[in-house]
Design a protein around this ligand. Structure first.
Ligand code: NAD
Length: 262
């Protein structure tokens, strides 16, 4: 069955460039026929987004730093006036100050902890709050998480705690929004080469190791992340909410890795 989102209105937050996971999902939404609005953080990224979206019909672009209440509010006010409703929201935003991901978690400063949690987890609540008046029965939201929400991944540090908070936020929002027939889920992606990922110390090494250890013997692709995002947003996933679904070539099912004999 083909997923058809023609006539649907989607907001994608967190596209920095063509490697962004937000863009992987946006491409699938566009292929399915959805009309898409994007937010970007800072004028430098606007140019990138203009190039990327040149081929897409009727896109809307908004500057939005999620820590700036007025910018966040302006996006939804404008979408309310332009569209009057919102069918899909993609939240693909995370940030932690570099020093918080270099040493030990125990040494994280209060400021860095608050910054990481605010941008990477609280922002989903803020977005859902602002979006709620525009959401309708059948609307759906998706965010992006990572394995470090559940298990210790050295160096991921405060971002692991932020992802745990993000996944819990998904469950609580699923409960609140479910009464209106609105769903929210998290896509937990295996490592993919993006700007955010490359800023994690030792990422390339970790990327290689995960690819070797995963049952599929490789890393997940941008397209596979995009496909899961589209599926969860669509009515094909109509019975799924509050869930964190992995797309990681199976890596998270593995336990201790023993040397194979022979
Ligand atoms: P990316 O760098 O392409 O995207 C991150 C986005 O977050 C950027 O567009 C950036 O502008 C935005 N952002 C950061 N701070 C912001 C702020 N204050 N206000 C508004 N936007 C802000 O990297 P990505 O890997 O595509 O990241 C997208 C999501 O996917 C993140 O939540 C990330 O944790 C998650 N994720 C990534 C991987 C991976 O390996 N790449 C794996 C699992 C989950």
């Amino acid at each position: 069955m083909q997923i058809d989102l023609s006539g649907k209105k989607a907001l994608v937050m967190g596209v920095a460039n063509r490697r962004s996971l937000g863009w992987a999902i946006a491409q699938k939404l566009a292929e399915a026929g959805a009309e898409i609005a994007f937010t970007y953080q800072g004028e430098r990224l606007r140019g990138e987004l203009e190039k990327l979206t040149a081929e897409l019909p009727n896109t809307r672009l908004y500057q939005c730093d999620v820590t700036v209440e007025a910018e966040l509010a302006a996006v939804f006010t404008d979408l309310g006036e332009a569209w009057g409703r919102l069918d899909h929201v993609v939240h693909a935003i995370a940030f932690a100050p570099r020093p918080a991901m270099e040493g030990r978690y125990i040494d994280t400063t209060r400021d860095d902890w608050v910054t990481a949690l605010e941008i990477s987890a609280y922002s989903l609540l803020a977005v859902a709050q602002k979006a709620e008046p525009l959401l309708v029965e059948g609307s759906s939201l998706v965010t992006l998480s990572y394995y470090a929400a559940e298990k210790v991944v050295p160096k991921y540090n405060v971002m692991g705690i932020a992802k745990s908070a993000l996944e819990a936020t998904v469950r609580y929002l699923a409960y609140d929004l479910g009464k209106q027939g609105i769903r929210i889920n998290a896509v937990s992606a295996g490592p993919v080469r993006t700007v955010a990922a490359r800023s994690i110390p030792g990422f390339i090494k970790m990327f290689k190791k995960v690819g070797e250890a995963a049952p599929l013997g490789r890393n997940v692709t941008h397209e596979e992340v995009g496909n899961l995002g589209l599926f969860l947003l669509s009515q094909m996933a109509g019975g799924i909410t509050g869930e964190t679904v992995y797309v990681d070539a199976g890596y998270h099912v593995m336990g201790m890795q023993l040397e194979e004999e022979g």
